[in-house]
Design a binder for this molecule. Structure first.
Ligand SMILES: [Zn+2]
Length: 170
């Protein structure tokens, strides 16, 4: 069993919107991209923005970035890439063995502190579904403790954009 780490990821409401739109715009393949934001002194991730990237394999069960596109993003957002997201349109509810290998390689061998978000389908095109905490998973491979699940905090929309979210509080 994967244990929960003591760290968490906070996902801004704009990031939630970007991820939701992305998985609904390409519901048949693994949508993927990068998370932009910061990591605090306790090691918690704060995803402020997301940037969808191409899945070079257009596959429903696999994703890989175009290396040039990732490099371009690294140059455009220096020090701001805090993680990666991808979708499982098949509904597979945990990290695949390929995902786990990637997490271990990047987090421990390459020593890059990315958090990994997985959005679980199935997705309907333009369904305007909300991102819900039960359909999203976060992971990080800790050098000492191994693969850890990371708690997810979904930020509520601020008052300035509450018109988009009639079901939100106030
Ligand atoms: Zn996966």
């Amino acid at each position: 069993m994967t244990k929960y780490a003591n760290t968490h990821i906070t996902i801004s409401s704009i990031t939630q919107k970007i991820l939701t739109l992305d998985v609904q715009q390409r519901p048949q393949i693994e949508a993927c991209g990068i998370l932009l934001g910061s990591i605090d002194s306790q090691g918690n991730w704060h995803a402020e923005q997301a940037q969808p990237l191409r899945n070079r394999y257009n596959s429903a069960v696999y994703f890989e970035f175009e290396p040039e596109e990732l490099l371009e993003a690294e140059l455009r957002y220096p020090g701001q890439i805090i993680g990666v997201y991808h979708s499982h349109p098949t509904g597979y509810a945990e990290a695949s063995s390929t995902d786990r290998e990637n997490m271990k390689r990047v987090n421990t061998e390459q020593d890059i502190p990315w958090v990994w978000l997985i959005l679980r389908g199935p997705f309907q095109q333009h369904a305007h579904q909300e991102l819900v905490a039960t359909a999203i998973m976060a992971y990080h491979h800790d050098a000492k403790q191994g693969l850890q699940k990371v708690h997810i905090l979904l930020e509520n929309p601020s008052n300035t954009d509450r018109a988009d979210s009639p079901l939100g509080e106030k």
